[in-house]
Design a protein around this ligand. Sequence first.
Ligand SMILES: [Zn+2]
Length: 472
Amino acid sequence: MNNELQSALSPQHQSIDYEGEHSRHSIRDVNGKRTLIHNAPFIFTCDEYDKVQVLQNHSIIIDGDTITAVLPASTVNLDNFDIVYDAGKRGGTVLMPGFINTHAHSHMYLMRSAMMLDEGESIDETIAAMAVWQQYETEEALIFAAIGDITEQQKSGITVTLSHGPSFDAIETGTVMTGHTTINAVSAVSNSRPSNTPEMVERLFSNHAHYVSIPAVSLHYLYKTPTEALKKISNLVERHDALVTFHMAESVYVAEETVKKHGIRETALLEKYGLLNEHSLASHVLHLTTEEIHTLAKSHVGIAHLPTSNIIHKSGTFKFWDFEEAGAFPRISLGTDSVVSKNRLDLLTEAYQTRISHLYERTVKFSSLFKMLTSNGARVLRMSDRGRIAPGFKADINFWKLKDRGCIPYDQNEPMTLLGNIITHGGRTVRDLMINGRFIIKNRRHQLVDESKLLGLLQTSHMEMRKRVAGK
Ligand SMILES: [Zn+2]
C-alpha cells in the first residue's frame, strides 16, 4: 500500500533549490548532512527558563536532524555545509519552533462538510452522527484522511501531532507519507473495533521500533471504559513510560454518565485507577470543580485546550484562569480537534481563539500563547527535545515570510509586536517547513505529496463515502 500510494501521490515538480543551496541531499535522508539556516532577521523561541526570547540576525546549525548551534550570523563561517538556506534574503524570514498539536483526529478528515460545524448540533448529537459515518469507513479512506489531515496541519506550521483514533495503521501510513512526527494514540477500547484492546496496544508498544509514529493509548470517553481496561491501561503506560489521552468533562452529559457508570466523577476515577499523573493528557476539560482543577494541576496531568471546538459544539467554557491560578499553565497546550470541530487545522487561529475566549476576565498574553503553541505542547507530550530552537533540540522549524500581511507593519524596536501580529492575523501558511532536519515544505510546496493529486483523491474518496452512508 505504501509504495503504491507513494507513487500515486509523488510530486512531479522539480525540487526548488534556493539561491546558494547546494542540493546534494536527498529529501528522505538527512543523516550525516550539515544544514545552515543563515541570518534570520527574527527567531522566536523559549529559552531554558521557558521565557520567550527574540533572536535577531542569528543562524542555526543543524547536524542531521538535530540543532547543534544557534549563534549570531556574523560569527558563522559559511563553508562546509551541505545545505545553506539564506533566511535574510527574499525580504527576510521569521523562524519559530514547529507548532505542537496535542489533540487531533486525523482519521476524520473526510468528514469535512458531512457534519456542518455550526448548524446547532450539540457535541452529543454530533457524536451520534459521526458514529453513523464511522460504520462506513474503509481502511483506505482512513489512510487518505490521515494524509489530508496531516498535510493541512503542516501547511500551517504544525510539526508534531497527537492523533487520537481507532486505526494505528492508517495514522502510521499517513505519518510515513508526510514526514510528520506523530504520536499515534490508538483506542484501547472500541465498540466498533473489538480487536482494539489493551493487549493490542501492548503489542504496539513492544514493537515500537518498527514504526515511524510513536504508539500511545487513547480512550474516547472514560465513562465508556470498563474498570478492568482502566487498570490494565494504567499499568501499561507506566511500564512503557507512555502516554494515555482521553476526552474529559467535555459536556455535562459525559460528566453525569461517568457518575452513573462508575459511581464517581472523572477526576476521582482517574485517581482510583492510577491515571492521575504526567502520563495522562486530558482534552477539553470543561465541567470541573475548582477542587478538581487543583487536583489535575498538582498531578501534572496535561491539558489540550480546544477553544474553537468548545464553542462550535456549545460544550462549555474552559476555566482558563482557574487552571492558571492552580499552577497548571505550563501544561496547557493547544489542539485542533478534527474537521468536524474546527474550520481549519491551524493552531495560530486556535491561539487567537484562546485570547478572545478568555478576554472577559484577563488577557492571555502573546508570550503565553506562544508557549502553548510550542514548549507547553512539548511538555505535555513528554518530548523534552522539541518545542524550542536551541542546541540539542530536534530541527522542527517554521519559516514565515516577513514581508507579508499580518507581519507588517510592526515596531522594529519592539519585536514582540511582530509575534502579536502573527498570532492575531492567524490563518497563514508557512513558506517553508522543516521537520527532523529535512524540508517537508519548500516555497509553499509539499516535497513528499503532490497536493493537487491528493485533493483529487480526497474528493473522490469523500463522495464514495457519502454513497456508502446513503446506502447507494
Ligand atoms: Zn477530540
